[in-house]
Design a protein around this ligand. Structure first.
Ligand code: COA
Length: 328
């Protein structure tokens, strides 16, 4: 059945055919959205620029039958972040198969080709987003090992989900994601676990006060960028968290930018310790801080945490800290 199918790399000259596959494949969802939203979707799908821009940052793979394109996909290389995809991720866009050719394994093959290519390119994480309507696509992705890690804000009235696949076997299948406001409860609940491990049981009244304060804090500070957090996932299980807060103060000789990151909240769930998760989180946070132009990073370490930091270039800063708690 598939002997006439040919797979190859897509090029600029294919753009008119890519437009028509986009409109045909995604046109199947026309009746699932409002007319206004379909018009907006169509604007992007039917515009050659959508595909031309993707070709600049991605490898396009197409499937042909008798020299006509009947399937397409784009593998966007890392370094092209969006509000959904992190800087260090590769991601899949615009998987689509001509409706008359569905069910012949073309979508699966194109997805597999993206995985192979991304692996060959040395990418660590391959991500994609898909939606509540795209059942065939979700079936393929999940079958190939992608894991749904979070819900994404609705677009065109459609619920979207973020999926990732870890390609680097050395990281033990752990994915590191920058947290957004939807992850606030993960940050709060894990910080509470951390506090309990550190200070023992916490009285109920303080616990509920903490929960309210932390929820409010993480929500606002994550939104404004005053606090940046990373979450480590194994599949969709949370295995660890880590954050830094940002402060700007008059610069000094060693740090003339005056921008500091204070790392805190580093916590790996007990059953996932000694697997390099804290180091993975730390790397994510340090890279993120660098991208924000922060040139000095500091932290207070617990005894068990010391090793991680000294092994990752942090030096003990031997200056006593004075502290006073003021009763309000
Ligand atoms: C998603 C799409 C690319 C799949 O292309 P395809 O060539 O038909 O896919 P394949 O034949 O390789 O595989 C389809 C798989 O989905 C399964 N499937 C089909 N309809 C399904 C449904 N409604 N629910 C669950 N699984 C479904 C098939 O059984 C098959 O699985 P199998 O290989 O285990 O039997 C195609 O349907 C399409 O272009 N859809 C519109 C655009 C789109 O949604 N793109 C995805 C963007 S995230």
């Amino acid at each position: 059945m598939n002997e006439n199918l040919k797979y190859r790399i897509g090029i600029d000259a294919d753009v008119p055919q890519l437009v028509s596959i986009g409109l045909l494949a995604y046109g199947q969802y026309k009746d699932r959205v409002t007319e206004g939203n379909w018009d907006k979707m169509k604007e992007g799908l039917g515009n050659e620029n959508t595909y031309i821009k993707l070709l600049e940052i991605a490898t396009c793979m197409v499937c042909e039958c008798q020299d006509k394109i009947i399937g397409m996909v784009f593998l966007v290389h890392h370094g092209h972040p969006t509000p959904v995809f992190q800087y260090d991720w590769a991601y899949i866009r615009m998987l689509g198969v001509h409706p008359e050719f569905e069910g012949r394994g073309i979508g699966r093959m194109l997805t597999q080709m993206c995985i192979n290519q991304a692996r060959q390119n040395g990418e660590g994480i391959l991500a994609l987003h898909t939606s509540e309507f795209q059942n065939a696509a979700r079936h393929i992705y999940e079958d190939l090992g992608f894991v749904k890690v979070r819900d994404i804000d609705k677009t065109f009235g459609i619920q979207y989900y973020l999926y990732t696949l870890g390609l680097n076997n050395e990281n033990g299948g752990i994915n590191y994601l920058r947290a957004n406001v939807k992850d606030v409860s993960i940050l709060v609940e894990n910080r509470i676990l951390f506090a309990k491990e550190f200070s023992g049981e916490i009285p109920e009244d303080i616990l509920s006060q903490l929960r309210v304060q932390m929820t409010d804090y993480f929500r606002t500070a994550t939104e404004t960028g005053a606090c940046v957090s990373y979450i480590a996932f194994c599949g969709n299980e949370v295995t660890g968290i880590g954050s830094f807060t940002v402060r700007e103060q008059p610069g000094n000789v060693k740090n003339p930018s005056g921008k500091w990151a204070y790392i805190m909240n580093m916590f790996t769930l007990p059953q996932h310790r000694r697997k390099g998760i804290c180091t993975g989180l730390l790397n994510g946070l340090v890279t993120e801080a660098e991208k924000m132009g922060i040139s000095a990073i500091e932290l207070h370490a617990t005894k068990v945490g010391e090793m991680v930091y000294t092994q990752n270039g942090f030096e003990l800063h031997n200056e006593p800290t004075y502290r006073k708690y003021v009763k309000l």
